[in-house]
Design a protein around this ligand. Structure first.
Ligand SMILES: Nc1nc2c(ncn2[C@@H]2O[C@H](COP(=O)(O)O)[C@@H](O)[C@H]2O)c(=O)[nH]1
Ligand SMILES: [Mn+2]
Length: 453
């Protein structure tokens, strides 16, 4: 009879696979060459070490101050470790890059390309965080903002039953058929969180197009509880693979092999969450347009936290805007890059270049963490900072609680970010800006931000 010790003596590394292998060997009385041939087939693949030399990545960022230099140094340190992950091929960081999580974690404003591997930690926990724009034509922006404020839902949790939007039957059925999304909790969140914007720096913004003078609505939010649960489940499965395939890889960079049954199901779940998130924006935009009796003249959107596929390469974007149409099968217009509540939103198009890998920045990014930013503002009251930084705009925090870590000063200097977008040729066309044309502006937040007439 063959025992675990025999396998160890033969040089095999112990693991869960021993149990089944021993049962098979003893049941079929395998010995000698036959036993070795069988073991060669069923033994786990050899562990993948970290790359001896990090894969190269493109730096599309330049420091303008000591704080920014410190920021970039931390981003570089993280990228240096991350780029040694055995699946990684190349990467890029954008002008809005800022560190996020322990060293080795992809920064916000980062793009990482891997071969045949999906890394949940590289598309961020807020899967498919995205921006949608609807052109409502010539309509008073403040009226839009007032109606939008009645319609939208910020904060934790979902919409109360009487204010919920219908979850399409086909989407519900697709969730039920995917092992990552079929739990009762996934389905109840898909229903309750539809038409909600959550928290953090999510916002609703109303502005005027510099090109046409039309009033536009822009929302920014992600997949809410639905995506958060998928992320947690994906990380758990990836961790199991990491322990088997590459224990040296940092847990934050664990992956699901794209061609494994788990990887295929996760990929399909990501597409469903993308569909759900787009619908999450649409419910709000349609409801607002209908209440205003405003004909929708133009609508487009893009995600900035997602994984995109080109052949066997997986492009992970955490806070990066896809420019290349190959990443956007349902593309209906240019891309949307917000900067802060008091700045115009950039509407851009651009080509793939060697250094952008087909992506643009997704915003201005932060130089300081929320806590450090709040600390740096300790010399005035929240109200004073709010009044100072929102002069000329109608900025409304949804629960009437000012969050100074969401005011314009919390983000990098917008003019500098725009200069670096041009310097690194991260996009080539400004289709138009959504911006103020006169003194009075409105913005609502927790964030709802906006506008201009
Ligand atoms: N127009 C506004 N832009 C804003 C606001 N708050 C943040 N931002 C910008 O959005 C990006 C996206 O952030 P992320 O959550 O996806 O990482 C951020 O970098 C800011 O530049 C706002 O209230 N209005
Ligand atoms: Mn976002």
């Amino acid at each position: 009879m063959t025992t675990g010790k025999d396998l160890l003596d033969l040089g095999f590394k112990s693991g869960k696979w021993f149990k089944d292998a021993l049962a098979h060997i003893n049941e079929h009385e395998l010995e000698g060459a036959a036993r070795l041939a069988y073991l060669d087939i069923v033994k786990p693949p050899a562990e993948l070490p970290l790359l001896a030399v990090p894969a190269p990545f493109f730096e599309n960022i330049r420091a303008e101050s000591t704080v920014e230099q410190q920021n970039i140094d931390q981003v570089r340190q993280s990228m240096a470790l991350l780029m040694r992950t055995p699946t990684v091929v190349t990467g890029a960081i954008m002008p809005d890059a800022c560190p996020a999580g322990p060293v080795g974690t992809i920064p916000v404003g980062g793009v990482v390309v891997t071969r045949q591997a999906i890394h949940p930690g590289m598309h961020s926990a807020d899967i498919c965080c995205s921006v949608m724009l609807t052109n409502l034509g010539k309509i008073d922006p403040k009226t839009v903002l007032d109606v939008a404020q009645q319609v939208t839902h910020f904060g934790p949790g979902g919409r109360p039953p009487e204010r919920q939007y219908p979850l399409p039957t086909a989407l519900r059925a697709a969730f039920q058929a995917n092992p990552f999304l079929s739990a009762d909790k996934d389905l109840s969140l898909a229903q309750e969180h539809l038409g909600t914007q959550g928290d953090g720096n999510h916002f609703l913004y109303v502005g005027i197009s510099a090109a046409t003078g039309d009033t536009v609505l822009v929302t920014h939010h992600g997949s809410r509880g639905v995506g958060a649960r998928l992320y947690t489940a994906g990380m758990k499965v990836a961790e199991r693979f990491r322990q088997q395939l590459s224990p040296d890889t940092a847990p934050a960079n664990a992956w699901l092999p794209a061609d494994s049954p788990e990887g295929e199901a996760y990929w399909a779940a990501l597409q469903l969450v993308r569909q759900w998130t787009k619908l999450n924006h649409l419910c709000l935009h349609d409801d607002i347009a209908q209440r205003l009796l405003a004909p929708v003249q133009q609508r487009f959107w893009n995600e900035h936290n997602f994984v995109f596929r080109a052949g066997d390469l997986y492009y992970h974007a955490k806070g990066a805007t896809p420019l290349d149409p190959q990443f956007m099968p349902d593309i209906t217009g240019p891309r949307i890059i917000p900067l802060n509540m008091a700045e115009p939103i950039l509407i851009v198009e651009g080509d793939t270049t060697a250094n952008n890998l087909g992506f643009a920045p997704h915003g201005a990014g932060r130089n300081l963490s929320r806590t450090r930013h709040k600390y740096s503002k300790a010399d005035k009251t929240q109200q004073q900072w709010f009044d100072e930084e929102t002069q000329g705009i109608d900025a409304r925090f949804f629960f009437n609680e000012i969050d100074i870590s969401e005011l314009p000063s919390a983000y990098k200097n917008a003019a500098e970010v725009k200069r670096q977008i041009a310097e690194f040729k991260l996009k080539c066309v400004d289709s138009y800006l959504i911006q103020s044309r006169a003194a009075s502006r409105w913005a609502i937040a927790r964030k709802e931000t906006a506008v201009f007439s």
